[in-house]
Design a binder for this molecule. Structure first.
Ligand code: ZN
Length: 439
């Protein structure tokens, strides 16, 4: 059989599996697999239970399974369908952890009830992203049931911990050496092929002043009064930080005007001050020690930034530009010239490498071809947030993000459109055929 005939047969098989695919997704949604980093210690996540469930399902398919825990009780799964050789390998990635449901009162449906209403399947994780996992499992099942021999290896990476940075999940999977020629991260994209994602790093800027009694402040504001206060040599770190933030705002705006990526909205690469702390004395944890006494002139101010850059930029480039800006800024202030701000990159080890997979890359072409076979016109887009795709890119692999449609991601009444679930499974089957090749 040629590709169109094999593909059509797969579409028909997946259509026949419709009820089973919906049931699979519903059963996955019933597990309360909230990321434990967002739970009270007394609560128990069902990450292990959903992985037990999926492991049994994948085992029954005869796939080669590897299971391990980077953190106790939080298993990751890799399933391998070995190719016959000579083809490109493909990995699908999905995370089974979900964010908490928030306020139950905001939900019209039980967040763990897997209710179906008007073609929509409701539940926490319906969109983000148990459906994507169900879709690639279904595509794999259809290929196996059809006795299609792939040339390239097919891997399913089903992980924990995406919602909290991927430390116990995808980052660990890659550290263990898993590699493939192409990667599809099945996060929800409403069918758009998301071929680019910006980089993200957390950064702490520490600005130092000089501590003194607040009673001496007048002598700093009115220098002519300094003669009356010979020991009034405090320097307020908060006020230096305010000056820095104002300059940074201009720098950020300048960057927004001068840098652009075709798949991203203008100005997407921002430098957000997210946490600011000030006080007296530097603690061992890199934060101000005394933070409850406004009668002192603070000598420490730390500002933590969410630092975003474009898909085509490198961390080294943006870091060098930012450091040059900070140095130039410090020269404008006599105190800061002598006591320049200190930068601490990779704060909390948060680091998402960027990627920009070319629109004519064979992996994008495989997605386009698989969508065309279903009469869908491919829409290319960029991801505005960050995903586990970053870590594959950081290890030199080529990712694309592609998944189903719905609404309510991280919000109330999260749902996936059931037609989109089935369609995504069909698209994935087509991508596998095109990318891995058939013997
Ligand atoms: Zn997600």
């Amino acid at each position: 059989m040629n590709l169109p005939a094999i593909e059509l047969a797969l579409h028909q098989r997946l259509e026949a599996m419709r009820a089973d695919i919906i049931r699979l997704t519903q059963e996955m949604l019933a597990f309360k697999s909230v990321n434990p980093r967002f739970m009270a210690e007394s609560e128990i996540s069902e990450e292990r239970e959903i992985q037990d469930y999926l492991e049994a399902r994948l085992n029954a398919l005869g796939l080669q399974l590897t299971r391990w825990e980077k953190e106790p009780g939080r298993p990751n799964l890799v399933a391998l369908l070995p190719g016959s050789g000579g083809g490109r390998s493909l990995a699908f990635n999905g995370h089974i952890d979900v964010v908490p449901i928030g306020d139950r009162a905001g939900w019209e449906f039980d967040p763990w009830g897997s209710d179906i209403d008007a073609g929509k399947l409701y539940g926490r994780g319906a969109l983000d992203m148990k459906t994507g996992i169900a879709a690639f499992i279904a595509a794999t099942e259809a290929i196996i049931a059809s006795d299609i021999a792939l040339m390239g290896d097919l891997q399913l990476h089903i992980v924990v911990d995406e919602e909290a940075g991927g430390f116990a999940g995808t980052r660990d999977l890659i550290a263990r050496g898993y590699r493939s020629d192409g990667v599809i991260v099945a996060e929800p994209t409403s069918g758009r092929v998301e071929a680019a994602e910006g980089g993200l790093s957390w950064l702490r800027v520490t600005i130092r002043g000089r501590a003194a009694h607040a009673g001496w402040r007048f002598a700093q504001i009115y220098p002519q009064a300094a003669a009356d206060a010979p020991n009034a040599d405090g320097v307020n770190a908060i006020e230096k930080a305010v000056k820095f933030l104002q300059a940074l705002r201009e720098f950020e705006r300048e960057w927004a005007h001068s840098r652009h990526h075709p798949l991203m909205p203008p100005g997407i690469a921002t430098i957000n001050p997210g946490v600011i702390q000030a006080g007296v004395g530097m603690g061992y944890d890199g934060k101000p020690r005394v933070t409850s006494n406004p009668a002192m002139i603070p000598d420490v101010c730390t500002i933590d930034f969410d630092f975003k850059y474009l898909p085509t930029e490198t961390f080294e480039e943006v870091r060098a530009e930012f450091e040059a800006f900070v140095s130039a800024f410090a020269l404008t202030d006599p105190w800061l010239r002598a006591h320049p701000p200190k930068l601490e990159w990779h704060l909390s080890n948060i680091d998402f490498p960027p990627f920009s997979t070319p629109s004519d890359h064979p992996l994008v072409e495989a997605c386009r071809g698989a969508q065309q076979a279903l009469g869908i016109e491919t829409v290319l887009a960029g991801k505005r947030a960050v995903t586990d795709a970053a870590f594959y890119a950081g290890a030199g692999m080529t990712p694309v993000i592609l998944g189903p449609a719905g609404e309510g991601l991280h919000g109330d009444n999260e749902y996936v459109e059931i037609d989109s679930l089935i369609e995504t499974a069909k698209v994935f089957a087509g991508v596998i055929l095109r990318w891995c090749g058939t013997a």
